[in-house]
Design a binder for this molecule. Sequence first.
Ligand SMILES: [Zn+2]
Length: 253
Amino acid sequence: MSDLLALCYHAVSDRWPAALSVTPVALERQLARLARRGYVGTTFSALVADPAPRQRTVAITFDDNYRSVLEVAKPILDRHGFPGTLYVPTDWVGEARPMSWPGIDRWVGTEHEPELCSLTWDELRGLDAAGWEIGSHTCSHPHLTEVDDAQLAHELRSSKAMIEAELGRACTSLAYPYGDWDERVHTAAHEAGYAAAGTIPRMLYPARPLVWPRTPIFHVDTQLRFTLKVSRTVRRLRARPRVVALAQRLPGL
Ligand SMILES: [Zn+2]
């Protein structure tokens, strides 16, 4: 049965209590369930390029370039034969300073600050060689709907160019920081040469290649919540306006 599932993770840690971090045990259980259900893994670009596969297909994406994606998540994905897709904000790649922007800056200066460290270009090349997709998460991780046209073009084009120069292959995949987009941002992404871009909507909506809804998975997602979130029936219901009110009473679902 054809079914496309795009998931959005961030960090994977058994110590970091951040909302955007899931534990290794939770990730293992979640991926094991998908494997049992017959999902085949692919990259985000490949998923968007083939919207009618003959089998259940999942793209497991990670936003922000946390070091734990390589050190903790990748071995778990490897066990299940799933490739990953990693979206990196290029200003921090290989930098010693922690990633920091509104939302994660509260962890800077705490015992969890090392969780905010980025992978290096060498490490990203290793992921690329292992079949992962490396996409752009802009340069500086702004709300793209709030920047002017010049910065919007810079964020989309410079990050893409840097990834292409460092990896030696085309970068046509993007994740909007905070899942934040509007039609101006959509047009700019198209003009910058992207072919696939992921969002993180509260309500699912029909997918377009540059506005492709991903299902976010967070720290609070128990196995039951995960099972509901990835359920094809629930995902179809979430795309119907009539269930907006119900979905809003189930935060995070
Ligand atoms: Zn992000």
